[in-house]
Design a protein around this ligand. Structure first.
Ligand code: ATP
Ligand code: MG
Length: 253
């Protein structure tokens, strides 16, 4: 029996619009499990990013609760949230938010230094390993503006995982990458997941979704479908893709 890592109940998110309210998430109930690689799919505008932000405490839900380690993220103080984000969570966003006057290496390690769980030396060693895996070693002393968008994205991915977060939130992390770099990033996330870290990722790409062992389908701010798969195995990629395509088709994707 899998253990829950994060659990949302009755999660709602509305935005003020034209003097009224638009309801983007409506009463979402969702439990994420320890060690799972969960993917969220759904049409553009269905609320995927909004859900990711609400679950991770990057944005506050309008109603409902999100329990992590027995505490409700929705009502946490900014200080508690910030500690949680530095120690337990990792984030890969569509907007990269790299610090412009720090080198790629500095951008990566600084996130690790904020975590109380690991030493500076461990952070530096792991950062070197990640830089190598992400193929950005030769430019590690460059500033973000001196490298390409794809290289910045790979730096942001290394930064998101350098402190060994228990749960990684990723919003289309490979959206800006070519096929080769996408595979490198997916291999990194898969190996991290095999080490026991949990992942929640939004994607539009079936090839990316193949890595997940659970796929949720969002429509108009509600989870309307769920597909559970065995752990990813490269030799079964074809049949897995066929299975996911058929399921997405049944969701009218
Ligand atoms: N701050 C905001 N104020 C008002 N409406 C918002 C705000 N943020 C998001 N929305 C609306 O909420 C809906 C869901 O947006 P969201 O970004 O979650 O969609 P998504 O599923 O991630 O789409 P995409 O696949 O295009 O990234 C959209 O209609 C969007 O316009
Ligand atoms: Mg989005």
């Amino acid at each position: 029996m899998k253990e829950s890592i994060l659990s949302a109940k009755g999660l709602c998110k509305s935005f003020a619009h034209n003097g009224g309210q638009v309801h983007i998430l409506s009463h979402v109930d969702l439990t994420l499990y320890q060690g799972d690689f969960t993917v969220i799919m759904g049409a553009s505008g269905s609320g995927k990013s909004t859900l990711l932000y609400a679950l991770s405490g990057m944005d506050r839900a309008t109603a409902g609760e999100v329990l992590y380690n027995g505490k409700n993220i929705v009502t946490m103080s900014e200080k508690e949230l910030s500690t949680l984000r530095s120690n337990d969570f990792g984030f890969i966003f569509q907007q990269l938010h790299l610090v412009s006057n720090l080198t790629l290496f500095e951008n990566i390690v600084i996130s690790g230094y904020l975590s109380k769980a690991i030493t500076g030396e461990t952070v530096r060693n792991y950062a070197e390993e990640l830089i190598e895996k992400m193929g950005i070693k030769h430019i590690k002393n460059h500033l973000p503006a001196q490298v390409s968008g794809g290289e910045q994205q790979r730096c942001a991915i290394a930064r998101a995982v350098v402190h060994n977060p228990k749960l990684i939130f990723a919003d289309e992390p490979t959206g800006a990458l070519n096929r080769h770099n996408t595979i490198e990033v997916l291999n990194l996330l898969t190996s991290i997941n095999e080490g026991g870290q949990s992942i929640l990722m939004v994607t539009h790409d079936i090839h990316v979704a193949l890595r997940a062992n659970r796929i949720l389908y969002l429509e108009d701010g509600k989870i309307i479908g769920e597909l559970t798969l065995p752990v990813f195995c490269p030799s079964e990629e074809r049949s897995r893709e066929t299975q996911i395509s058929a399921w997405l088709h049944s969701m009218e994707w």
